[in-house]
Ligand binder design. Structure first.
Ligand code: HEM
Length: 120
């Protein structure tokens, strides 16, 4: 359940990133807002890793989500570095990819939950 909440928060934070990126390009306070949204994605990414570890031990689930969460967090760090370095040609598509991956992760945990509920 915590894992699902963490992935929902992560997806919402990643949905906000391109919105604040648009503000960054069009308004004077946009840069600060995009930075805040980047911190949001970073924080929620860490929460996602913690939730995946807790779902494994003591939760008794599979360790696989830890791999997904850690890989995702690694890409988030790369995204932040690319944003600071202003490498827009990679930064913008990676942002879109991160959002797509997050939606995919969310649909996977929802599907697993549905299967577990049907088995009960
Ligand atoms: C589709 C989503 C995104 C788009 C379209 C986007 C776009 C941009 C653009 C246009 C810039 C300005 C680069 C420049 O000044 O030349 C930027 C900067 C930046 N972005 Fe993003 N971004 C996205 C997602 C993200 C995400 C998910 C993160 C963090 C996880 C992030 C972190 C940053 C950072 C740290 C900067 C540097 C801000 C600064 O210099 O103050 N971006 N982004």
């Amino acid at each position: 359940m915590f894992l699902r909440i963490a992935i929902i928060l992560q997806t919402v934070a990643l949905f906000a990133a391109p919105i604040t990126a648009g503000l960054l390009l069009s308004s004077p306070h946009g840069r600060a807002l995009h930075s805040v949204s980047a911190y949001g994605v970073f924080t929620v990414g860490l929460v996602h890793v913690a939730a995946a570890i807790l779902a494994w031990r003591p939760g008794g689930g599979s360790p696989r989500p830890i791999l997904y969460a850690a890989g995702f967090f690694g890409l988030t760090l790369a995204q932040i570095a690319l944003g600071i370095a202003q490498v827009k040609t990679v930064h913008v598509p990676l942002g879109v990819l991160l959002f797509g991956m997050s939606v995919l992760q969310l649909s996977l945990v929802r599907a697993k939950r549905g299967t577990a509920a049907r088995r009960r």
